[in-house]
Ligand binder design. Structure first.
Ligand code: 3PG
Length: 210
């Protein structure tokens, strides 16, 4: 895999509170057709969750999200993450993510950040926080002046908004947690997660990405 963007049209973004939930959760998403899962490094359980999914659900491509420091990048790679995602980036973080050899998505929300990454040869980015930072009109406006940049918008996207993003020429996939509502996770309703994952997996990017 050389790009996170080619993986799947929808990347579920997960906050795992209890590492014991990680395997059934990953299996539920996979059963619904979502073969990639981004486990955010926002909880003490996150690294263990990545590790168990990497070992026990090998058909799921597990990655680490909310990678904020070089240590995060190294620990996620050591736990078995197969891709890295960050809500932003610094030079230090970029070097560390690149140094793992894993595909990674640094986050951007301005044209200057996009240009800075393009100057460094990085074309694949996360657009975050997508809805708050301008959403579909913002990304549509970047397509003409910065056609080399390809995005995974994340943040505030739901099943209703995702198709509009996926129709843009510079969007290959979207990320989000809408298929993992808190009530379903609290109830460990894995069948409910699978049902929402199925709907998300039916979404497709526009012609340029098919
Ligand atoms: C992220 O980490 O990318 C976002 O928090 C996920 O966004 P959402 O929960 O608004 O879908």
């Amino acid at each position: 895999m050389d790009s996170v963007l080619g993986l799947t049209p929808v990347i579920p973004v997960v906050v795992v509170e209890d590492a014991d939930d990680a395997v059934p959760l990953a299996r539920a998403l996979l059963a619904g057709g979502l073969g990639a899962i981004e486990i955010t490094l926002r909880t003490p359980a996150a690294l263990e969750a990545i590790q168990v999914v990497a070992h026990e659900v090998p058909d799921a491509v597990v990655g680490a999200g909310t990678v904020l420091t070089p240590d995060h990048a190294a620990a996620a790679a050591a736990a078995g993450a197969r891709f890295l995602v960050s809500p932003g980036w610094t030079e230090r973080l970029l070097d560390a993510m690149c140094g793992t050899g894993l595909p990674y998505l640094p986050g951007v929300s301005t044209p200057s950040e996009v240009i800075d990454l393009l100057e460094r040869g990085v074309t694949d980015m996360k657009f975050f926080p997508a809805e708050a930072a301008g959403g579909v009109p913002f990304l549509r406006s970047l397509a003409s002046p910065l056609p080399q940049a390809r995005f995974c918008p994340t943040g505030g996207i739901d099943a209703a908004r995702a198709p509009e993003y996926l129709a843009l020429p510079n969007v290959a996939c979207v990320g989000g947690s809408w298929m993992l509502p808190k009530e379903l996770l609290a109830a460990r309703d894995w069948e409910g997660v699978t049902a929402l994952a199925k709907e998300a997996a039916a979404l497709r990017p526009g012609a340029r990405w098919s």
